[in-house]
Design a binder for this molecule. Structure first.
Ligand code: AHR
Length: 502
């Protein structure tokens, strides 16, 4: 058994927990929309064709914000195709995923779904095949109150009130050669700057996200951010970051340390943005929108011609195991730890496509293993994020060198006095005896809720036939005595412990 200590103090604040950290992503891709959130023939479908079982799980997941409609899809998307009478909407090719898009779901349907799910929408405009005018048009349709052609069109389509979208992504991953309308940093930076200025001239309060690199492994990473931000710095509020993790060649030790990479990635993007700010002598500090992140077994994904030009084909429906859930829990720890810079984040995606929620056509919906750390972190992270001083042994990894076996963050709600500790044990074989010093908090803190996600079978998954094979259980030996919280953390585990005052 290993041992580790954490020291917390209510004065060690990083930033308030941003509810937007618990965002998700709905792309018109695979079965995320069609037979995911929307399936009019499903037994649970409501009058709008939305699956009520999926809506219920979306609420339970604690999603605050949803990025829509893509992703790579958005770079060839014509939003006008998805509004007005459904019978008149065209079927189009989606070049990003070689699928057919029926346009049965468009802006008005999605906004209705978002209201039911109680989520804010982050709308991505197409800067791949389109430009400033189309971005202005979709903004007018979404947000203009009355009298203009597109506001009247929205009203005629059933939404008298504007949708009031405030967060817009200025395109998607335009640094990637796979992107329809792929651009150089200079081409994209100029287009993003012109689009941002135009959108803001109508609505100065908008929060705009410029595309950062599509991953930190891109050859242009950091140079892309620097060039794009030199052109857009004054006009945008966020730079985006995207990261997907998977075990390479079965190396679970490195995979479990994925949050080390996410920490480094966030720090690098913040440093690059700050260096542009310094060069421009700007007092403004940009935020990071980590608007695509997850575990994705990407190297196993091969686009096959068999799924070409189908409607809602099964693509990248990854089935997640225990290790994946621990990694997702750890990535959420990393995002919370950076709450001073990362104030919006979207797990990609919500349903079926690399997703915490799975559905079967005409059948059930179920929670994947990664659902649990997300739902619990979203529910339990309240108040201020606290910096945590950690003393723990390290273990060697092939990708990241020597890495602490334990990673943690905490939150403190000054109003209720609640403290929640989120912690992972990344060691493959050894448990950890954890001791957390609680000096400085209100006296009388006791464990009010605790959860550990772990399993002797690291590859156990939840399936349609066994949907609750992997669920959290109470944290082992979690107890507070003499101002010290103690708990036993099994190998490869994610744990959350909420402490409340009597
Ligand atoms: O989430 C799947 C895809 O990953 C998105 O469409 C794209 O933006 C990213 O490369």
């Amino acid at each position: 058994m290993l041992s580790a200590t954490l020291t917390l103090n209510p004065a060690f604040t990083i930033a308030p927990v941003s509810r937007r950290t618990f965002g998700s992503f709905v792309e018109h891709m695979g079965r995320c929309v069609y037979t995911g959130i929307y399936e009019p023939s499903h037994p649970t479908a409501d009058a709008d064709g939305f699956r009520a079982d999926v809506l219920a799980l979306t609420r339970e997941l604690g999603v605050s914000l949803v990025r829509y409609p893509g992703g790579n899809f958005v770079s060839g998307y014509r939003w006008e195709d998805g509004v007005g009478p459904v019978a008149d909407r065209p079927v189009r090719r989606d070049l990003a995923w070689h699928s057919l898009e029926t346009n049965e779901v468009g802006i008005d349907e999605f906004m209705r779904w978002a209201r039911k799910a109680d989520v804010e929408v982050m709308y991505a405009v197409n800067l791949g095949t389109r430009g400033v005018q189309e971005a202005l048009d979709v903004q007018e349709y979404l947000n203009h109150p009355d009298r203009t052609r597109l506001a009247l069109m929205r009203q005629a389509n059933g939404s008298a009130e504007p949708y009031g979208v405030t967060m817009f992504c200025l395109g998607n991953e335009l640094d990637g050669p796979w992107q329809t309308g792929h651009k150089t940093a200079r081409e994209y930076g100029r287009l993003a700057m012109e689009t941002a200025r135009a959108l803001r001239s109508a609505e100065p309060w908008l929060e705009l996200v410029a595309c950062g690199s599509s991953s930190s492994s891109m050859p242009t990473f950091a140079a892309w951010e620097a060039e794009v931000l030199e052109l857009t710095y004054d006009a945008v509020d966020y730079i985006s970051a995207h990261a997907y993790y998977e075990p390479i060649d079965g190396d679970l030790g490195s995979f479990l340390a994925s949050a080390v990479d996410m920490d480094h990635f966030i720090n690098s993007v913040a440093a690059t943005a700050d260096s542009v700010g310094a060069k421009l002598k700007s007092p403004k500090q940009l935020k990071i929108s980590f608007d695509e992140w997850n575990v994705w077994y990407q190297s196993a994904f091969q686009a096959t011609q068999e799924t070409d030009w189908q409607v809602a084909p099964r693509v990248i429906e990854d089935c997640y195991n225990v290790v994946d859930a621990v990694v997702v829990g750890n990535l959420l720890i990393s995002l919370l730890r950076h709450s001073d810079r990362v104030t919006a984040a979207c797990q990609a995606q919500l349903v079926n496509v690399i997703a915490p929620i799975r559905t079967e056509l005409g059948g059930p919906t179920w929670r994947q293993t990664i659902f649990h750390p997300f739902a619990l972190t979203s529910r339990l992270a309240r108040g201020e994020v606290l910096r945590v001083e950690t003393q723990a042994p390290s273990y060697p990894t092939a990708r990241y060198g020597s890495v602490p076996v334990l990673d943690a963050v905490a939150t403190h709600d000054a109003e209720t006095g609640d403290v929640t500790v989120f912690v992972v044990n990344r060691h493959l074989t050894d448990g950890i005896d954890l001791a957390v010093s609680l000096a400085g908090f209100r006296p009388g803190l006791r464990v009010s809720e605790s959860y550990t996600l772990a399993d002797e079978d690291l590859y156990a998954t939840n399936t349609m036939d066994d949907p609750d094979r992997v669920v959290p259980s109470a944290a082992k030996d979690a107890d507070v005595t003499d101002g010290i919280l103690r708990a036993s953390l099994p190998p490869v585990s994610w744990t959350a412990i909420r402490l409340s005052v009597d």
